[in-house]
Design a protein around this ligand. Structure first.
Ligand code: G
Ligand code: G
Ligand code: MN
Ligand code: NA
Length: 254
């Protein structure tokens, strides 16, 4: 099933769709952005989650056309919400390592913004440490070009990979997303609290926004607030939901 030809067919048959999860400001509890997360609605098998096909897509190169589609669709949806008058500061899109390195990636991002009319400042690309640390000089060039366009950059799954603090200083990254493995046991694990609190402090000192992923409980939220964490995301607020449900969530905002 998870083969290149199936993924290609899924793309032409419009079987991919984006779900969205709120990014919430801890200052006022408002949804200030959303993260786009791909799903494959298979006609026979139902909804297939990305863990089951993204790595195959990466290995076969299908991640490039799929990733292009994700970017255009996310930008189109963000602009549709903005046109409706809904307050959406950020549309965050995951970018796979292969996709980030494909020739013409920066131009493709510019094309998605130009075609959909979305302001570059509204788009945030999520990159993992694995993506940015591999060939740091190439990364710096691409990140700088995106940054000059006005696109924001965030480091996803932060803390799980190999990150040089020197590059954190050099790369034009605006946000750190603390990996949910550190948040999961926050109430019970003093080491996780130390790690989360250290990332929050470092982020503040480097003038970066810090977002905690995978927040599921009020206790985790209280701890993160006491650490001075700026943003949160997780099932406590909402699971990833389809565009229709996300529209309702945005409309119900004060
Ligand atoms: O909800 P969740 O199961 O959506 O996501 C699982 C994993 O798949 C996460 O690591 C997430 O970053 C990744 N993922 C989700 N959507 C996309 C996408 O559009 N592109 C890429 N490259 N990865 C994605
Ligand atoms: O790797 P990345 O951070 O892009 O992937 C986001 C993944 O985290 C998605 O699979 C999404 O469904 C999942 N996720 C989001 N919030 C929570 C949460 O509160 N708990 C758990 N267990 N997973 C979450
Ligand atoms: Mn992500
Ligand atoms: Na993450």
């Amino acid at each position: 099933l998870m083969m290149e030809s199936n993924l290609r067919h899924a793309l032409t048959a419009s079987e991919f769709e984006l779900h969205y999860q709120p990014l919430v400001s801890l200052a006022n509890g408002e949804i200030v952005g959303v993260e786009a997360l791909i799903r494959w609605r298979h006609p026979d098998l139902g909804v297939i989650m990305p863990d089951r096909f993204i790595s195959v897509a990466e290995d076969t190169g299908m991640i490039n056309p799929i990733g292009d589609w994700v970017l255009f669709e996310a930008c189109r949806q963000a602009q549709a919400w903005i046109d409706e008058g809904l307050a959406l500061q950020t549309m965050a899109v995951n970018v796979a390592p292969v996709q980030f390195r494909q020739a013409g990636f920066v131009e493709m991002v510019a094309g998605a913004l130009g075609t959909t009319g979305l302001a570059a400042e509204r788009l945030e690309l999520e990159l993992t440490e694995r993506t940015v640390m591999h060939d740091a000089e190439f990364t710096l060039g691409t990140l700088s070009a995106l940054n000059r366009m006005g696109v924001s950059l965030s480091l996803d799954d932060f803390g799980t990979g190999y990150s040089s603090l020197a590059y954190l200083k050099r790369f034009p990254v605006g946000k750190l997303k603390i990996d949910r493995s550190f948040i999961m046991d926050l109430e019970r694990d003093a080491d996780d609290r130390a790690i989360a609190s250290t990332i929050v402090s470092m982020g503040r000192n480097l003038r970066l926004t810090v977002l905690a992923e995978g927040v599921e409980t009020a206790e985790q939220l209280t701890l993160l607030r006491s650490m001075g964490c700026g943003m949160v995301q997780g099932y406590y607020f909402s699971r990833p939901v389809d565009a229709l449900r996300m529209t309702e969530l945005l409309r119900s905002q004060p």
